[in-house]
Design a binder for this molecule. Structure first.
Ligand code: HSE
Length: 411
């Protein structure tokens, strides 16, 4: 089986490396005589690279090469990846991608074309890096109705938060290391602003709940506003702060989906997930909670998931692997303003008694938190579970200056 790779960056070069290193076992598991990369598309030059002879800058060299049966797309971004993938599927080639932006934006359309053409469009590496999650949800957990998915879905932000919390490292220094290690997106604001985690929760929600969820339907907040004081209040509460992507299905068939920093109880399985590791909790009606854990970013972990999909494509040349979801429907995703949870608030005050009285009048009983070294004239408290709508109305009337607001989970 001849394979092409589009995009020879961190992941694409990792795919070539793994296909070469483990070629004998990969070929055997693929039930092929040969598994060989014969073309690599990239606009950049790689003088001296061991695959130098395979490079092309012209997509048509892949599209028109009938000997290529599987195309790996590791370019990233929606354009031109979408056009290239679409053309490959239409030409009867199976496509494997690690591109979460593409799957979150165009997954439904591309899966439909793959179905029509009886080829495979697989994207295990698009969520959780090297962690098996797409295949377990679509196959191993297929007997379940899944009600909830929640997880640490971005390695870069988890790496940054871990370095800040455990080593007192600055945000900028931690981000620089994450970039050097190949974890961060080309535009790291996609990581730190939560967009990357948003794309991943869209893919998971689409897969688990059956209709495409688009990124613009998902409320998304990153980690750029997290202060070390918030970390200390979380400790005082008995937990940690993590960037969490979550999606829930309700009894009426609607769903919610959100990405935001959250307080996680220290006994939660998600609390001890540090550095570049990701963890994804899936709550099924038969299985209960299952947690998938592993390296969520990086060259070889991500290549591991891509190559597994390549093997699957090679094994299913005659019969398409069936999985996918339906198109989006109106009013399917409820507004984040109607989702209920407790809120942590860090705020400063001019008059402590007046501040606490206004909080009691507006929120009723709250849990006050404190830690040694907290700033003067500052308080931290946790409300009961209320909707964002109610919270916004109440906090605007409180006799305090709000520093930060972080949602509190019960995972
Ligand atoms: N930038 C992503 C992350 C890469 O840090 O998780 C893996 O999708």
């Amino acid at each position: 089986m001849n394979i092409a790779i589009m995009g020879y960056g961190v992941v694409g070069s990792g795919v070539a490396e793994v296909l070469k290193k483990n070629n004998a076992s990969i070929t055997k598991r693929s039930m092929q005589d040969e598994m060989k990369v014969t073309r690599i598309l990239d606009l950049r030059d790689f003088p001296g690279d061991e695959n130098e002879a395979l490079f092309t800058k012209d997509f048509k060299d892949i599209l028109n090469d009938e000997s290529i049966g599987i195309v790996v797309e590791t370019m990233g971004g929606v354009n031109p990846a979408y056009d290239f993938v679409l053309d490959c599927l239409k030409a009867g080639k199976s496509v494997v991608t690690s591109n979460k932006e593409l799957v979150a934006a165009k997954g439904y359309e591309l899966l439909k074309v793959a179905e029509e053409k009886n080829v495979n469009f697989l994207f295990e590496a698009s969520v959780g890096g090297g962690i098996p999650i797409i295949r377990p949800i679509s196959q191993c957990l297929a007997a379940n109705e899944i009600d909830e998915i929640a997880g640490i879905l971005n390695g870069t932000t988890n790496f940054i938060l871990t370095k800040m919390i455990n080593d007192g490292m600055s945000f900028e220094d931690a981000l620089k290391i994450a970039q050097e290690l190949g974890y961060a997106e080309r535009d790291p604001s996609a990581d730190v602003e939560g967009k990357d985690a948003c794309r991943k929760i869209c893919i998971l929600a689409s897969l688990c709940f059956g209709n495409h969820v688009y990124p613009d339907e998902v409320y998304t907040e990153g980690i750029t506003k997290i202060a070390l004081a918030d970390v200390e209040y979380a400790k005082a509460w008995g937990g940690v702060i993590k960037l969490i992507g979550r999606a829930t299905r309700y009894g009426d068939g609607k769903i919610s989906a959100m990405v935001s920093p959250a307080f996680i109880q220290s006994h939660s399985q998600l609390a001890g997930v540090d550095d570049v590791f990701n963890a994804i909790l899936v709550r099924g009606d038969a299985i209960g909670d299952v947690v998938f854990y592993g390296r969520g970013a990086g060259k070889l972990p991500t290549a591991s998931a891509v190559v597994a999909d390549v093997i699957d494509c090679a094994k299913h040349t005659e019969r398409r692997k069936f999985f996918g979801w339906e198109n989006s429907i109106a009013d399917y995703v409820v507004s984040y303003r109607d989702i209920k949870h407790p809120f942590f608030v860090r705020a400063s005050y001019a008059d402590e008694a007046a501040a606490k009285q206004s909080i009691a009048d507006l929120f009723g009983e709250v849990e006050y938190l404190t830690y040694e070294g907290a700033a003067a004239n500052e308080l931290g408290f946790i409300t009961a579970a209320i909707t964002q709508r109610e919270f916004d109305e109440k906090i605007a009337k409180a006799d305090v200056q709000v520093g930060s607001v972080i949602r509190v989970t019960d995972y």
